[in-house]
Structures are given as C-alpha cells and as structure tokens.
Design a binder for this molecule. Structure first.
Ligand code: NAD
Ligand code: ZN
Length: 360
C-alpha cells in the first residue's frame, strides 16, 4: 500500500493506493472522515459488479449507513440527482455530523463531492474512485460539479475530500473502453511530467489492457503525485499553474458537446490532445520532431475512438462561446515539449480550425 499526502491550502489529506484498500481500512473510514453516520453515493453498475466487496466495506462502517444507488451517466450528473440525494439525507436525519462516500467513476465523484460541499454548508467526504480515469485524475484535487442545460460542470465547487481510497481491485472489471479513457488522462500526465514518463507510458501502455498491476500502480502513483503537487500550489486555479491540467481539454469539452455527449470524456481528451499538439506546432512552439513523436502514441489511441461526423465550425463556436478572451481569441494550454508547458497561448480562428482539422 502506498500513501501520498496532499497538503492543499484548504485541507491536508492522504490518498491511499493499493489492492483491497477499502476492505483493509473499512474500520478506519469513520475516523478518516471524523464522523459516524454516512451516506454512500454509489454507481449502480459498480455496486452490481462488486456487491460482496462493497457490502463487506459497509459492514466495517460505524453508525447509520444510507446507500444511494444511481445510474452513472452525464444526464444524471444533475440538479435532479442532487435533489434526490438531499431528500434522502433529510429523510434519514443526516445532519452536519455525517459524511459522504462517493464510490464510482468521475461522474459519481463529481456529483457526490458537490453534494457534500453544499449540504449543511459542507460535510466531509471520502472518494473511492473505481475507474482508471477517476483514480489518476478526477478523484484528486477537489473539483466537484454537475452539468446544467447543455453546459458541462457549470455548477460546482472546489472542495477537498477528507481522504481518497484508491482500491485498485476495482480496475479488474473495467472494460477496454474505460481503460482507454483513463490512459487518455495518463498520456496527458506524460506530456505534463516529461519525456521519461511519456516514454514509459508509450512503451508499456498495452499492459493496462492485461490488467498489469505493476504498470497500473506506477501510472496511478505518478499521476496522483503530480496532480497533488499542482493542487498544493494552486488549489483554485488562481495563479494559472493548475491550468496546465487542462491540456487538450478546451478541445475535448467542445468535442463532448458537439458529439452530444455520445463520446466519453477520456476519449475526447485523447482527441483534444491531438488538436493541442497540432496547434502547438502550427504556432511554432513545438518542432516537427516532437510533434511526430507524441502523435505516434496518440494516433494508436485515436484509431480506437469512433467520432461521429463532426463539424469543425460548430466545434469552434462551442470553444469560442465557452473560452473566448477579451481580445476575441481563445487561450489554450500548449507545449514546447513534454514538461514544458505554455499557459494562455492565444490562437485565432484560423489556427484553431487548422488544429481541429488535423487533430480529428
Ligand atoms: P463514469 O463515472 O461515467 O464511469 C464510466 C463507466 O464505467 C460507467 O458506465 C460506470 O458505470 C463504469 N464503471 C465505473 N467503475 C467501474 C468498474 N470498476 N468496473 C466496471 N465498470 C465501471 O466516468 P469516468 O470516465 O470515470 O469520469 C468521467 C467524468 O469525470 C466526467 O463527468 C468528467 O467531467 C469528470 N471529470 C472530473 C474531473 C475533476 O477534476 N473533477 C476530472 C476529469 C473528469
Ligand atoms: Zn479530463
């Protein structure tokens, strides 16, 4: 078992990583959270696949335990789900001295974390991520939120958990598609950390599909450490440093909306990174050699993603609506090479369309 400490300005907490962590630590979860009564927000799919494991964890908890199961899709990352959660918590008399456990992928974590951040002006919560994407990315850093109207994550908060328990046993039931999505964020970390880690991922990523735990543990640890260190320095994305985590994401969010959420977040991130690489090259920041090197890995992934027919103009309009700056252009996170990021690089419409047309 590995423990990584995140000393964020608003909260100092530990991330535990290991096989079967939630069962080994179930009797300690209450003390990590500081209270007895709890509500577990759980993805119904995960509950079904890991019923025995989850029920054994619940047995180890003290106090009243209320379970809220839901179908984890973007449609349910909504106000309507929040209302159901709050109604249930009130009905079960869960007040300020209770805590919330979010057990599932990024959808469950974002919804549960947001519920915890506003219920009774904020109660403690524990993240138990069950997808590779949530383990390497969304469960770390305290961004919570729900979708509203057509806009993703538009209502939310920065709210750190009391602890994150990464039980790698959950990975065993993840389908290939979901592993690929997690690897999309891992490639992002490769480009953020530097060529050594990028090369390691490029050489070994196929091992993820064989559920190779030496590879999986390493990429989880590296990603959590990097994200944790960024969150310690720029928790609320104020100084700009945290923005580097959005590499590829301006394109990715627009792709998700343009494709009507039929494409998964991690898949959109892979496509978005391809666009960001082309844009970095077009604007003279990245040389052709690096472009080719990084793209060769991305292209292997891109071939597994089935984008429906897309419209570059619509994609651009969505990005412009969400991200335009005062000068009427868009700021992107771009890069010179792995580990050398450029925050707030400006690009005009022609260059953005070039990146879309070449990246997708
Ligand atoms: P998800 O929660 O939808 O999970 C993906 C699918 O995997 C679901 O069908 C789920 O039922 C299934 N699943 C979950 N765990 C499983 C397991 N162990 N075995 C088998 N199936 C399992 O999606 P995700 O990819 O984990 O997260 C995407 C969401 O995370 C998006 O809403 C995105 O906006 C958000 N996100 C948030 C942050 C953040 O910092 N808060 C960062 C990145 C992404
Ligand atoms: Zn992401």
């Amino acid at each position: 078992m590995k423990k990584i400490n995140i000393n964020a300005p608003s909260r100092n907490y530990d991330v535990f990583i290991g096989n079967n962590v939630i069962n080994k630590y179930s009797s300690k979860i209450n003390s990590l959270a500081g209270y007895n009564d709890s509500i577990i927000i759980v993805d119904s799919n995960v509950y079904r696949l890991h019923k025995e494991k989850i029920e054994s964890m619940i047995k180890g908890l003290k106090g009243n335990v209320v379970v809220y199961k839901f179908k984890a899709d973007e449609k349910n990352k909504s106000l309507d789900s929040l209302k159901k959660i709050f109604d249930l918590m009130l009905r079960k008399n869960l007040g300020r001295s209770s805590f919330l456990i979010a057990l599932g992928g990024g959808i469950t974590g974002d919804l549960g974390g947001f519920a915890a951040s506003v219920y009774a002006r904020g109660i403690g919560y524990i993240h138990i991520p069950t997808t590779l994407l949530a383990m390497v990315d969304s469960a770390i850093g305290g961004k919570t939120g729900i979708n509203y109207g057509h806009t993703k994550n538009i209502i939310g908060s920065f709210y750190q958990p009391e602890s994150v328990l990464i039980d790698t046993e959950f990975i065993k039931t993840l389908p290939r598609d979901e592993l690929l999505c997690g690897l999309g964020e891992v490639i992002k970390y490769g480009l953020l950390i530097g060529d050594d880690f990028f090369d390691y991922v490029a050489k070994n990523y196929r091992k993820a599909f064989d559920y190779n735990y030496s590879f999986l543990n390493k990429v989880i640890r590296e990603s959590v450490s990097l994200k944790g260190s960024i969150v310690e320095k720029d928790e609320n994305e104020k100084s700009g440093l945290r923005k580097i985590l959005n590499l590829g994401h301006t394109f990715a969010h627009a792709i998700e909306v343009e494709q009507n959420h039929k494409i998964k977040h991690g898949q959109a991130v892979i496509a978005g990174i391809a666009c960001a690489l082309h844009l970095s090259n077009k604007l003279g920041m990245m040389n052709d050699e690096y472009l080719e090197k990084y793209l060769s890995l991305i292209i292997e992934f891109r071939n597994e993603i089935k984008l429906k027919q897309y419209n570059p103009e619509t994609l651009y309009k969505i990005m412009f609506r969400d991200k335009k700056n005062k000068k009427g252009s868009i700021n992107f996170v771009l890069l010179e090479k792995a580990g050398k990021l450029i925050i707030d690089a400006e690009a005009d419409k022609r260059d953005a369309l070039y990146a879309i047309n070449n990246g997708l």
